[in-house]
Design a protein around this ligand. Structure first.
Ligand SMILES: NC(=O)C1=CN([C@@H]2O[C@H](COP(=O)(O)OP(=O)(O)OC[C@H]3O[C@@H](n4cnc5c(N)ncnc54)[C@H](O)[C@@H]3O)[C@@H](O)[C@H]2O)C=CC1
Ligand SMILES: O=C(O)CCC(=O)C(=O)O
Length: 429
């Protein structure tokens, strides 16, 4: 689909600049109320904490953690925690803003937040990571809470991390509060109040949006070749469901390097291999190692960036062969690259739609904890598919009605819902 795209130029292409340009583009198109625009352009709260942790060798290290709460007009702040050297205040702000648009687009009673700790988790033992997580949770204190701000997993955090947060948060509460505050985090292990299906929810959602796109374009996914950047929670599950549908995984890139095999890579074998290989795909015997700089120019039908932001840029966008990009990651395509891709006729299923299965799965976990319910896996997956289908359909309809690309359509829907909330509350008639 070739349609109107953001054209404002910004001097720098960080994630924050990207999300602001995406927002400005949609806000201009709908002529957003200027007062509401002022509110949505800024983050409500930016929490930065420095906290000491004793390392295994007895030394004390100081860490910096972030939690940015962008907007809560539609409900409590919601969004993941990332452990990565690139986490800083601007990254947290950008990711928090994307969460606001994502929860609004998905029709969830949530706002947007994001945070994390600036560190390389590979440099720390599990016991150190546990102490770091617990001290971070203490430092955040009552800035998080089950009806205030609900963290979840993101890059380099997982159900174990959420369980440590839950346990630490609970230890600061009265006995009565302990049993009713399980929903202070989502993405927990099932035994500690997690929901069936949250583990696969994001990847399944990525797969569903690709399936819906294929159905609406009369494309049969069988034998279609796809490549995945990032083979963690999102990349693995997206690949798993696509291969189940008959598509062929031909290349994978992770933080360590890239591998390819045009005959197909077995998703579960690769998953088991990386688990026993310190999380790296490199050295997997049934694929060859390729130069990472060639990854995005590989021959394929579908490309799934499912790692970090700003991976598809003007430097590699013109080389992309895929006709569909499904954004498992948050902010993987920068605005200038998107302009190039759309001109080439490449469709992009935008992050705030494509990876929204994760936060929808989190919402289901939160609801179960809040209501004292336990849903079956089938129930979760069925409800997830229904919600993803509704979002996808609304985005396609808006994109046709307004003659805009899918990202702009998704932003328009998300922003209009927020605008409606402010107007109905009578603050900005
Ligand atoms: N986990 C979730 O439920 C959700 C995650 N996301 C987004 O999906 C993306 C991936 O998240 P997860 O799978 O949860 O993280 P993860 O920590 O489970 O996996 C990350 C993967 O990306 C790879 N990676 C890291 N740096 C890389 C680099 N420079 N180049 C190539 N690969 C690299 C890692 O090796 C790993 O395979 C992130 O952008 C995250 O914000 C979005 C919605 C929900
Ligand atoms: O599950 C959640 O609450 C949020 C997951 C997340 O961080 C995201 O969608 O980017």
């Amino acid at each position: 689909m070739i349609a109107k795209v953001a054209s404002k130029k910004a001097p720098k292409q960080g994630m924050l600049e990207n999300v602001m340009r995406q927002f400005d583009n949609a806000a201009d198109i709908i002529d957003l109320n200027t007062n509401i625009r002022k509110i949505l352009e800024v983050t409500n709260n930016e929490i930065v904490v420095h906290f000491p942790v004793r390392m295994d060798n007895g030394e004390v290290e100081i860490f910096t953690g972030y939690r940015v709460q962008h907007n809560n007009a539609l409900g409590p702040y919601k969004g993941g925690l990332r452990y990565h050297p690139t986490v800083d205040i601007d990254a947290a702000k950008a990711l928090a803003m994307w969460m606001t648009w994502k929860t609004s687009l998905a029709g969830l009673p949530y706002g947007g937040a994001k945070g994390g700790i600036q560190l390389d988790p590979n440099k720390y033992s599990d016991t150190e990571l546990e102490r770091i997580t617990r001290r971070f949770t203490y430092a955040l204190g009552d800035n998080i809470g089950p009806e205030l701000d609900i963290p979840a997993p993101d890059v380099n955090t997982n159900p174990q991390t959420m369980a440590w947060i839950l346990d630490t948060y609970m230890s600061t509460k009265s006995p009565a509060e302990r049993s009713t505050n399980m929903h202070v985090v989502t993405g927990k292990p099932i035994g500690a109040g997690g929901s069936k299906g949250r583990d696969r929810a994001t990847g399944f959602g990525v797969f569903l949006t690709i399936k819906f796109w294929a159905e609406s374009h009369n494309v049969d996914l069988k034998d279609k070749k796809f490549i995945v950047q990032g083979f963690g929670n999102v990349g693995y599950w997206a690949a798993y469901f696509l291969v189940n549908e008959g598509a062929i995984l031909t290349a994978v890139q992770d933080a360590y390097g890239s591998i390819a095999n045009e005959e197909g890579i077995n998703v579960d074998q690769l998953f088991d291999y990386q688990k026993g290989n310190k999380g790296s795909i490199l050295g997997y015997a049934k694929a060859r190692t390729i130069d990472s700089k060639d990854f995005f120019s590989l021959d394929c039908d579908i490309c799934i960036p499912a790692a970090l932001g700003n991976q598809i840029t003007p430097k590699n966008a013109h080389k992309l062969k895929a006709y569909l990009i499904a954004e498992g990651a948050n902010g993987p395509t920068d605005v200038d690259a998107e302009e190039i891709l759309l001109k080439k006729g490449i469709d992009i299923i935008p992050d705030i739609l494509c990876n929204s299965g994760g936060v929808i799965g989190s919402y289901f976990e939160w609801l179960q904890n809040r209501n004292g319910e336990i849903w079956s896996l089938d129930e979760v997956m069925e409800k997830l598919e229904k919600k993803m289908k509704e979002s996808f359909t609304t985005v396609i309809e808006t994109s046709k009605k307004r003659n805009v690309d899918m990202r702009t359509a998704a932003f328009i829907i998300a922003i209009e819902r927020l605008e409606e909330a402010y107007v109905q509350r009578g603050i900005f008639p």
